[in-house]
Design a protein around this ligand. Structure first.
Ligand code: AMP
Ligand code: MG
Length: 454
């Protein structure tokens, strides 16, 4: 575990009063470390977790050569004998259903009706789809008798799925550090795996601070606003697959703040607070973070979200030992290094932006996920955007397809850092880089989408 001082010494020109977004990423990458405990989970519980072990395929998928179509299977060598505008006639000898092998021998001029997924009978390599043949039935029984296919409709080997084509035995199927998406769960299931070894879920505690913050159910009063940050943070953390510990609203009161931090640090790997990190008089949050931990206070060249506090809060070991501790492996737990704290600004949009830009990648690293930055879309701006070089700006935006199929983007109204409505109307954040100046209509800009499709 590195101290903040040691991390700072590794970074060129580190200045807490003037951080760029890139400085913040570089700092956080050194501050956080992955959890070290694993959980072996049944597939249904593993969605959204991170794989702690490579998965090597224990079998061939598919296990046999099989048909990709409903049609007729035959030996494709016979196609070589068909004249350019001729046709091939084959006698239908039987039917191969999915799930059981068709037993029998075929001679030249014969074929087997075959269903999608059925094992290819020995010696047969080609399937002609049923819609490409002319079928002859027995006049009295109605039984399929023969098919005729024109030259060129299929080639040898067509419509056959090869054994192991999806995954061959012994080949790497999934890698440690991959997030378990729906497709990866399906892949694991296709290998017959009932459980997967995952890193244990990250535990993240969060609370809002401020005397003016009302909890839901409180009666409105002058000068007070309902707490929205706990709900956005809850949503962001839950979507990320974290275990959340909601600690409510904490007053601008040192003893209450102290007990909230101590409790949070005793239970969680990370603590997220909102409010109280700017220079306001009642901002006791900063003082308490200083008292209980090793915390840096930054001014970040960004908008929204300039102030942010980051570091570690240490807790009383007696609280820590009361934690739930049913784990499958007993390497030293990363939480003995204290809980990482992210002190976010109070403004609701600043909270979401700093979370998406900085906290999310840091938490993914703590979850043991291989860092894969979300792909940025490039879209044409539908409007003029004023932007001062010298800070990174995040604007709430809506990305859509223009009639010509290209991506276009517009902002979603007032960009005030407290205006959550324009955030709720957005599907992404337009990211205007540090050195970027004004944007003209039609200029290509980068957009960070809020989330993936699955
Ligand atoms: P602060 O950083 O504590 O000075 O807060 C900045 C602004 O964000 C103030 O207008 C606060 O009222 C507002 N704010 C702080 N926390 C919350 C919250 N949990 N929900 C909604 N607004 C908040
Ligand atoms: Mg406040």
């Amino acid at each position: 575990m590195k101290t903040l001082e040691q991390i700072a010494a590794n970074l060129q020109g580190y200045d807490p009063q003037s951080m760029t977004a890139a400085d913040v990423h570089a700092f956080l990458a050194q501050l956080v470390s992955p959890v070290r405990e694993t959980r072996e989970l049944p597939l249904f519980d593993a969605l959204g977790r991170v794989l702690a072990q490579d998965v090597v395929s224990p079998l061939d998928v598919p296990p046999h050569d099989n048909s990709a179509m409903d049609g007729y299977a035959f030996d494709g060598r016979q196609l070589a004998t068909v004249a350019a505008n001729g046709s091939l006639t084959l006698q239908v000898l039987g039917t191969a259903f999915a799930g059981k092998a068709w037993q029998g021998q075929l001679a030249r001029g014969q074929c087997v009706k075959i269903m999608t997924g059925a094992i290819m009978p020995d010696g047969l390599d080609t399937v002609v789809p049923q819609e490409l043949v002319t079928l002859q039935r027995d006049a009295t029984t109605g039984k399929e008798q023969s098919i005729q296919l024109a030259a060129g409709v299929v080639h040898p080997g067509d419509n056959r799925r090869l054994r192991g084509e999806d995954l061959a035995l012994g080949r790497s199927a999934l890698q440690k550090g991959e997030l378990l998406t729906p497709a990866r769960l399906g892949l694991a299931a296709s290998l017959g795996l009932k459980q997967l070894m995952t890193w244990r879920a990250l535990r993240v505690a969060y609370f809002s601070t401020g005397d003016e913050i009302l909890s839901l159910g409180d009666a409105p009063r002058e000068g007070a606003v309902y707490d929205s940050n706990r709900y956005t943070i809850f949503g962001l953390l839950t979507r990320l697959g974290c275990e959340v510990i909601d600690m409510g609203v904490v007053r601008d009161d040192p003893p209450q703040l102290e007990s909230a931090f101590v409790q949070a640090a005793g239970q969680a790997d990370a603590i997220i607070t909102s409010g109280g990190v700017s220079v306001g008089e009642a901002d006791y949050t900063k003082a308490m973070m200083k008292k209980l931990g090793d915390v840096a206070f930054w001014r970040i060249a960004m908008r929204p979200g300039r102030p942010m506090a980051v570091g570690r809060i240490f807790c009383d070991k007696s609280v820590a030992s009361a934690r739930e501790s049913s784990v499958d492996s007993y390497e030293q737990d990363s939480s003995s290094e204290g809980a990482v704290v992210f002190g976010l600004p109070g403004n609701p949009v600043a909270v979401m932006v700093t979370f998406l830009a900085f906290v999310r990648p840091a938490l993914l690293q703590m979850m043991g996920a291989r860092a894969t930055p979300a792909p940025m879309l490039q879209a044409h701006s539908l409007e003029v955007i004023r932007k001062k070089p010298g800070r990174t700006e995040y604007q709430r935006a809506w990305v859509s397809n223009a009639p010509n199929g290209q991506l276009q983007v517009r902002t979603t109204g007032s960009q005030g850092s407290g205006v959550l409505r324009s955030m709720a109307e957005a599907n992404g954040l337009l990211v205007l880089a540090h050195d970027q100046g004004n944007i003209a209509v039609g200029d290509v800009v980068s957009v960070m989408m809020f989330e993936g499709v699955v």
